[in-house]
Ligand binder design. Sequence first.
Ligand SMILES: Cc1ncc(C[n+]2csc(CCOP(=O)(O)OP(=O)(O)O)c2C)c(N)n1
Length: 362
Amino acid sequence: MTDLDTLSVNTIRGLCTDAVQKANAGHPGTPMGMAPVAHTLWQRFLRLDPADPVWPHRDRFVLCEGHASALLWSLPHLTGVRTVDPRGEVLGRPAVTLDDLKSFRQIGSRCPGHPEYPWTSGVETTTGPLGQEVATSVGMAVAGRWLGAGFSRGDFTLFDFGGYALAGDGCTMEGVSAEAASLAGRLQLSNPCWIYDSDRVTIDGHTDIAFTEDVGASRAFHTCRAESERPPLVLVHSPIGYSTVEDPPKAHGTPFGPEGSHQARPRIPPDADFHVPDGVPDRFARGIGARGAGLRTAWERTFDACRSALPAFPADPKGLASRDPSGQVLDAVAEAVPWFLGGPADLTPSTKTRLTFAGARG
Ligand SMILES: Cc1ncc(C[n+]2csc(CCOP(=O)(O)OP(=O)(O)O)c2C)c(N)n1
């Protein structure tokens, strides 16, 4: 991890603790402890293009422990995730501005206490009840597998996206998480990668743990990506509150106070709240920004190639009764769209709605 990476991790910590401190409410402990892991995941692994956060083939990042939302708000801000309007159009403006972060947990804020979909782009699901989002992330993985099975053809792999679910002790204690994990195992899903943030309540002093966590997290995420038939679990023993507070359990849901906040964000000047040091946004742009854009444009090329391989229907010089091309089109569409149904009550031969491609079920 370079100095700039460490500074980026501490910038995440700073934005989180400052947001909680300004709101005088919120949960600073987990964002402090998990900042290095979240940084490694977003910068190096998460398949996401901040310039197009609704690109269908993106990895889904699910913050199951939604109370730690300050962590989620800082990441779209620093990585420059764009706003998406209700129709799914990507707009030029950022999804989370510094002013949005400053209004954390206030009425009408883009940064509510719990992430809300689709209120702020960059959020994949609304999170509140612990455990529920572990199940949601398994559902997303099922959807990814199903899309892949339905739409990937021969040389064209259109969907094999994954997901990362950041879940804490509370999520893991809920029965629904065990049921969802059991289903994921039964279906041999290779994602979501479940990152289990297991609190370690010891005081380590103010050492810079970013480096070791980065190496460990990178290794773990490489292992996850190589897995093909089992849902991976990454166990992170994170010191809640980044070991900055004298009473670690209090770090779960109590602002650190002005002094504690300064300690929680080493290398960020004490008198500079909500400070984003020079070079940090650019570091993210060269990391997840460039990586995500490259992956998305490569996928769009595959998508276009796939589209151009679809059957073409040149006009018949003699003309055709419209039910004939209709039948051909229904057949072509049904072959590509697994849930497509056709057919009238008792006039199938006359309306040409019987699906006849190999594999059609009538
Ligand atoms: C089903 C459910 N029960 C209770 C809560 C209230 N609640 C929010 S956070 C939390 C504790 C979570 O502890 P942990 O997972 O260790 O999170 P951390 O302290 O590491 O942030 C509780 C009980 C909730 N959100 N959902």
